[in-house]
Design a protein around this ligand. Structure first.
Ligand SMILES: Nc1nc2c(ncn2[C@@H]2O[C@H](COP(=O)(O)OP(=O)(O)OP(=O)(O)O)[C@@H](O)[C@H]2O)c(=O)[nH]1
Ligand SMILES: [Mg+2]
Length: 302
């Protein structure tokens, strides 16, 4: 009998949900031990469901990292929030994460509301405890625990890793018994082509100011191994923006910004693929794509 079919083995699906920017993707990457979900200081970095598989002795957890829940104003954000809310419907357990160092009352209220409408067990993670004094922590835990019947409340730091294994233990306790869904080496169901596009989008998020990231979508137009040079992958990606002025900002003075974005992305894609990469970036204006239903679908925001 394979190890994963042992009696008492536990396996199940857990959605990581919470307001934007609280550290959901950082936690997923830390638990997996590899970066599969892009992160940045800006809210609304994650736009799709990102599936990542975590194996521990006796258990396999399939995590679904989701976009941050907030009161969406734009059509793009409305789709993104729908994606996040619907992920909660398909899982065994919900992991709600909030930022202990910076409460977001409006999004937290939205989330409590959404949680009350479904009857899945919920565990609360209070993240970023590395940023706050320890004295207030107990009071904060009590405050949250009195407002909702969480199955556990665990203060953590996704950044330093503090208490992350404790959180995993609490989650595993609630998992249903069953055999593993995936072989151990399977970390994600995301194709490398999608991940490459996400890495480019992350570099744009990290290297541009306030408004640009939200106007950006990335498509991969070519992704193939060079026929003449084994070990070299050729990738062409297009950064779509909404206006000419945004195109100028992404390209930068004499192409300097685009060059930096390309270099950073290439290094990370090379590490992911374990091969050399030739990355060619294009910038294209697609007027108001984020308000257009067809463009949203085209760029993968279902
Ligand atoms: N100090 C500190 N920073 C953290 C911690 N966890 C995440 N961060 C930072 O918080 C920012 C947001 O992290 P993300 O993981 O992108 O947050 P998210 O919840 O996935 O955000 P969205 O996808 O936009 O909803 C990044 O700059 C992270 O480095 C933590 O435990 N401590
Ligand atoms: Mg995220």
């Amino acid at each position: 009998m394979p190890e994963t079919a042992e009696r008492n083995f536990k396996a199940g699906f857990i959605a990581i949900t919470g307001p934007p920017n609280v550290g959901k993707s950082t936690l997923l990457n830390r638990m997996i031990g590899q970066k599969i979900s892009i992160t940045s200081r800006k809210p609304q970095t994650t736009r799709n469901r990102i599936q990542g598989v975590v194996n521990r002795p006796g258990a396999q957890i399939v995590f679904i990292d989701t976009p941050g829940i907030h009161r969406a104003q734009s059509p793009l954000n409305a789709r993104i929030v729908d994606t996040a809310l619907s992920a909660m419907g398909d899982v065994d357990i919900v992991l709600l994460m909030v930022d202990a160092s910076s409460p977001d009352a409006e999004s937290e209220a939205l989330l409590k509301n959404a949680l009350q409408r479904q009857n899945r067990p919920v565990i609360l993670a209070l993240n970023k405890i590395d940023l706050i004094p320890r004295q207030g922590l107990l009071e904060m835990i009590d405050g949250w625990a009195s407002g909702y019947p969480f199955r556990a409340v665990v203060p953590i730091s996704a950044h330093t890793g503090e208490q992350v294994e404790t959180l995993l233990d609490e989650l595993i306790k609630l998992l249903p018994e069953g055999s593993a869904f995936f072989p151990e080496e399977h970390l994600t169901d995301l194709p490398v082509r999608f991940l490459a596009g996400e890495i480019v989008r992350e570099k744009v998020f990290r290297q541009t100011g306030e408004e640009i990231p939200y106007a950006v979508a990335v498509s991969i137009d070519l992704f193939r191994e060079d026929a003449k040079k084994p070990g070299l992958t050729r990738i062409h990606a297009t950064i779509h923006v909404e206006r000419d002025s945004q195109k100028g900002i992404i390209i930068g003075k004499q192409g300097s910004k685009l060059k930096r974005i390309g270099e950073d992305a290439r290094k990370e894609i090379e590490a992911m693929l374990g091969s050399h990469v030739f990355l060619k970036l294009y910038v294209r204006v697609e007027k108001n794509w984020s308000r257009n239903a067809r463009s949203l679908t085209k760029f993968g925001y279902e």
